[in-house]
Design a protein. Structure first.
Length: 274
């Protein structure tokens, strides 16, 4: 017996499980709607999480600053002198968690991500601590391939590596030279390397035509060459130089526009009172 002709959409409606009555066109419409919602909702969620984590990091930086202030006051530290010899950021923060409302764990859990100067500033206040994630400084997580980077600095087959070795401390150069290349570099070596790279990119413009003759620099870096740079501008320029001179060795830092207040702490105009 010949069956009556049924349209494709109608045939689907008759056989849909659970009594559903959706045509193919309606399913496509729903799928597009879900995609549009995800396209808007997911980035919004990630941006909100980035904001929460950044603010939490800022809170921790403030707490570190206040702890240093209390230690300096208790010990009667004079301007320019050392507040304490060792400051275990993670240990002190763990002890203080009862007094902190944690919104979300920041993206900087490693002590190496916090840059803390243990000397009292000449104004009688602690030097504000920094988080590498809110600046152009390096942190431990930025060493994408610490093994390859250490080997490059050990072998020093290019002018830049040779120059960096002259700026490193004797202890760091010794640790780099003793690295055999078997397994990842020791954690202490990586920490010292991060600390000294941060010290270098803050104080000296690393660019010279001879040092970077072997590097194909990007347009954004070339545009900065020859400009009088200082402070954060020079730190940013030096970091970009190192990222491009040692491709694949570092995680490329991308600071979101408008996020300058995150992962940072600006001390009050007057010294905090206990």
């Amino acid at each position: 017996m010949t069956q009556p002709a049924v349209s494709q959409g109608r045939e689907y409606e008759d056989t849909a499980p659970g009594g559903m009555r959706l045509s193919y066109g309606e399913l496509i419409t729903l799928a597009v709607a879900f995609c549009m919602i995800a396209f808007v909702a997911v980035p919004s969620f990630l941006n909100a999480l980035y904001e929460i984590r950044g603010r939490e990091c800022s809170n921790r930086l403030e707490l570190i600053y206040r702890i240093l202030s209390d230690i300096a006051k208790e010990r009667g530290t004079q301007p320019g002198n050392e507040i304490c010899q060792v400051f275990d950021v993670n240990l002190r923060l763990d002890r203080m968690k009862a007094f902190i409302k944690i919104g979300a764990e920041p993206d900087c859990p490693d002590v190496g991500d916090y840059i803390v100067d243990l000397h009292l500033g000449m104004d009688g206040r602690p030097i504000p601590p920094k988080c590498a994630l809110g600046s152009w400084f390096f942190c431990m997580h930025d060493l994408r391939d610490p093994k390859a980077l250490t080997i490059s600095l050990r072998d020093a087959s290019d002018e830049l590596s040779v120059h960096l070795r002259t700026l490193f401390s004797e202890d760091l150069v010794k640790s780099i030279d003793e690295y055999t290349g078997l397994g990842p570099p020791p954690v202490d070596l990586q920490r010292n390397l991060v600390d000294e790279l941060n010290r270098i990119i803050l104080k000296e413009n690393l660019y010279s035509e001879q040092r970077f003759a072997h590097v194909k620099l990007s347009k954004k870096v070339l545009q900065e060459i020859g400009k009088p740079l200082e402070g954060e501008d020079m730190t940013r320029f030096n970091r970009l130089l190192l990222e491009e001179a040692y491709p694949g060795r570092f995680v490329k830092r991308k600071l979101k526009p408008g996020s300058e207040h995150l992962h940072r702490f600006v001390p009050p105009a007057t010294a905090p009172s206990g």
